[in-house]
Write a protein that binds this ligand. Sequence first.
Ligand code: GDP
Ligand code: MN
Length: 380
Amino acid sequence: MKIHEYQAKQILARYGVPIPRGEAVTDADAAAEVARQLGSPVVVKAQVPVGGRGKAGGVKLARTPDEARAVAGQILGMSIKGIVVRKVLVEEAAQIAAEYYLGITVDRAARRNVVMVSAAGGMEIEEVAATTPEKIARVWIDPGIGLADFQIRQVCYAAGLEREAVASATRFLRALYDAYVANDAGLAEINPLVLTTSGSLIATDAKIDIDDNALYRHPELAAYKEESEDDPVEAEAHRRGLQFVRLEGDVGIIGNGAGLVMSTLDEVKRAGGAPANFLDIGGGAKADLVANALEVVLSNERVKGVLFNIFGGITRCDEVAKGILEAARRLSIRVPIVVRLTGTNEQEGRALLQGTKLIPAETMEQAAARIVALVRGGAA
Ligand code: GDP
Ligand code: MN
């Protein structure tokens, strides 16, 4: 689960990581009020769980409350990498002497957590890693021993941090590591970590990803989870217990089994189409679940056609057919639906669909070609 910067900072503060004073707000007047209370120049920052907000114009300095109101007005409602900004973080601007990168993540190959430090902070670390990897110093953490102070000093010196910053970087990294472990994070990244003109270190940016499989251990993070699901279609799908991922295209896809659904996405691409989503209704799906799935897919306004690709094993094709028909009765279906049913009870399933507006297909390739042609407006 990716959380917002202001949420990551709330977590970090609990473990003693120094963060700027500030508050997240949803409108421009509130941004001005926070700036007034802080009584200093502020940065106004778009709260979207993606990187590169600065480059996209989502991070702006403001010297006065009026300026804060103006820039917050510009940033709120802006779309960054397809996500609409609904909140801005207004915080005290840091006086920057140097910018560093600090990150902790899982190194799967080493089967350990790795700490990364670089003096080339502020820039996108992927770029630093690709062009000048020697600028990133790394140290791996033995899970039985934990992060040792000497390791921290080692990695900070290797990265070329200013000597006077190393002692506070040690405290900083220890707090970051504690937060990372205690919250079951898979990534905790501070970029930039700022050395201020008065010589202290502060996290001006923060990114934390929490392992989804560990969320049950963190009921206190439930509110973050809700907010991380900005996409209403995706949120609704998850509420209904569906495995759903939104994609960019216009062909809705429903299938059973993750592998089959992924092959279906490929097949639609190969036929020249663009899938609107991944949706796996799982094994043994009953009519009701199928109807739910179709409803969710059609709630995405971009969808111009739907492809069902069902392999009947435990799932019975006639149950799926009933579900599609049930959904067709419940909703006013405005787009073509191609259905490929094969396996258990396929005859019964196909018989149910006969004489309806649903378009049958024999194979996955035919089904994909058919729906793509229909969505493109041609005859199939
Ligand atoms: P990102 O682009 O999404 O990674 O957002 P960041 O929070 O890293 O902000 C982007 C850039 O804005 C940083 O690299 C800094 O150069 C600048 N910036 C962010 N916060 C401050 C601040 O408090 N003071 C100053 N002077 N610059 C800041
Ligand atoms: Mn950043």
